[in-house]
Design a protein around this ligand. Structure first.
Ligand code: AMP
Length: 216
């Protein structure tokens, strides 16, 4: 499980972990954006909360994730990014994983200061078609704002404006940060400095995951 404020780099690291171990990756933000795009019932309910930078209600998120996690193809492991984001969600996840006898192996918090986050997020862009990540500083899209993976159009996420980012950071402080203590109490929490270059963050994350798998 990856923990960390918006813009800490969870999505980037989650995608790399998925590729390295060939395991499923569940990013609640990506799943919700797809639901909004497809105008599903869940998407219609979630849209307003997302554009205001607030958390989508726990009951909706818990049902959505229970449905995705509780599948046989996840038996060999998976990576969670953006879930849980509240103590109620963490409790629901713990209950589900207990029922399945799939213990959580590691919680990695990617830490980064708020000003770097605001700078990162305002430069962040995303492919509207395949969700690939870009940033205007060191990973720009192709000319014409096109995605180098699928040729889709690369856009600014509607909730990546400075005002909404500040709300998301406040929400993180009040609702998600308590999860640090939650997982520290279970001896699962490890920290990685998210200000490092992406490759170095990845090496640290992998070191933690392999240590956890080896029972260290
Ligand atoms: P993200 O892409 O992870 O930054 O998520 C974008 C938005 O989706 C958040 O600001 C929330 O509105 C919503 N969201 C994502 N994950 C969760 C979650 N676990 N619980 C509640 N809302 C969520």
């Amino acid at each position: 499980m990856l923990l960390g404020a918006p813009g800490a780099g969870k999505g980037t690291q989650a995608k790399r972990i998925k590729e390295k171990y060939a395991i499923p990756q569940f990013s609640t933000g990506d799943i919700l954006r797809e639901e909004v795009e497809n105008q599903t019932q869940l998407g219609l309910k979630a849209q307003g909360y997302m554009s205001r930078g607030q958390l989508v209600p726990d009951s909706l998120i818990i049902a959505m994730m229970r449905d995705r996690i509780d599948r046989d193809e996840n038996r060999c492991g998976f990576v969670l990014d953006g879930f849980p984001r509240s103590v109620a969600q963490a409790d629901a996840l713990e209950k589900l994983l207990d029922e399945l006898s799939w213990p959580l192996q590691a919680v990695v918090e990617i830490t980064i200061d708020n000003e770097s986050i605001v700078k990162r997020i305002t430069n962040r862009r995303i492919c509207s078609k395949c969700g690939a990540d870009y940033n205007l500083i060191d990973k720009p899209p192709l000319p014409g704002d096109l995605c180098s993976v699928c040729n889709g159009s690369v856009v600014l996420r509607p909730d990546d404006n400075e005002q909404t980012i500040r709300t998301r950071l406040d929400v993180y402080d009040t609702q998600t940060k308590p999860l640090r203590d939650y997982y520290e109490a279970r001896s699962l929490l490890r920290r990685v400095d998210g200000n490092q270059p992406v490759d170095e963050v990845f090496d640290s994350v992998i070191g933690i995951l392999e240590g956890a798998a080896a029972g260290k």
